[in-house]
Design a protein around this ligand. Structure first.
Ligand code: SAM
Length: 288
């Protein structure tokens, strides 16, 4: 029997809702759009259009995967970040809204420097959403953004995004365990959204994170600060005089990170809050 888009959507919404999904209307729309290869605009303007049996089957399969806890970004291989669409593959960290604070702080700093010669490094780049957004939004001020990760899956995904955004000339991908294989050049800005969850907290994470997202992108030793400490201290060898470090930190990690930067010799150390009023980004200036 032929059914309309509206009827199929309702089936999907009901299934998602029965399984506790509070965002069932939006998610059903996204999943249907992906199954039918239609834009949301298409769906809204022609809700009476007929849906083939094949598309209906595909849609309900995706709904099942979502009900099983798989993040919608992995199902649709897409995620929206800073108003840009990013390709996201399984095994690669899904960009989070709070990371837009990090990007916003870096961009406003980059805008102050119009030399067009800035060299930046995005450590722990994952999909590339931080470094690629910076390279795109303030392209005229920047010479190059280095995008660094130790995960091959992340770098492949980052390369796909780099190509899709046409940023091959502005950005360079490097595989490195933190700073181990970074060429000995000095950067104006180093930013990072590193793993920062205490390795003892795995069990308390939502199942969609615990079961689906890569552990190497989440955990950072006991206390969660191992990466932050290493990046902060190694950056002292890679920053120009008056260069800046920008670190995204976890809930309740800002004070310790600020003290750490001060002990290492960074000046003008400050933090910025996210929309939930949590200190989320710590910034320091290297004066030596
Ligand atoms: C929290 S994710 C952030 C990804 C991306 N920057 C974002 O904001 O969506 C952390 C990333 O750090 C990478 N990573 C973890 N340990 C690393 C290491 N020792 N060296 C380089 N990258 C590392 C992971 O592969 C992961 O892509």
């Amino acid at each position: 029997m032929d059914v309309s888009i509206n009827q199929v959507l309702r089936l999907g919404q009901q299934k998602l809702k029965r399984n506790g999904n509070d965002n069932c209307v939006t998610e059903a729309n996204i999943l249907f759009g992906y199954s039918a290869n239609k834009t949301l605009e298409n769906i809204f303007t022609h809700p009476e259009d007929r849906v083939s049996r094949r598309t209906r089957g595909k849609f309900m399969q995706l709904v099942e995967r979502r009900v099983g806890g798989e993040p919608i970004s992995y199902i649709c291989e897409r995620s929206c970040f800073y108003s840009n669409e990013y390709i996201i593959k399984k095994g690669v960290f899904i960009p989070r809204p709070e990371t837009e604070v990090l990007v916003g702080v870096v961009i406003s700093e980059v805008k102050k420097n119009r030399s067009g010669k800035l060299i930046c490094l995005d450590m722990c780049t994952g999909s590339g959403c931080v470094g690629l957004t910076i390279a795109k939004e303030v392209a005229v001020n920047i010479k190059k953004v280095f995008l660094v990760d130790n995960s091959l899956k992340a770098l492949q995904c980052c390369r796909d995004n780099q190509k899709a955004m046409g940023l091959e000339k502005k950005t360079r991908l490097l595989r490195s365990n933190l700073f181990q294989s970074i060429p000995r050049i000095k950067f104006d800005y180093i930013c990072a959204n590193p793993p920062y969850i205490d390795r003892g907290e795995g069990e308390s994470l939502d199942v969609s994170i615990r079961q689906y997202e890569p552990k190497g992108a989440l955990f950072s030793g006991l206390g969660g600060l191992s990466h932050i400490k290493k990046i902060s201290s190694d950056s002292t060898n890679f920053l120009k005089k008056n260069g800046k470090i920008f670190l995204e930190v976890g809930y309740a990690q800002a004070e310790e990170t600020k003290s750490l930067l001060e002990v290492l010799g960074y000046k003008n150390v400050e933090s910025f809050r996210d929309l939930n009023k949590i200190d989320r980004v710590v910034v320091g200036t290297w004066k030596k």
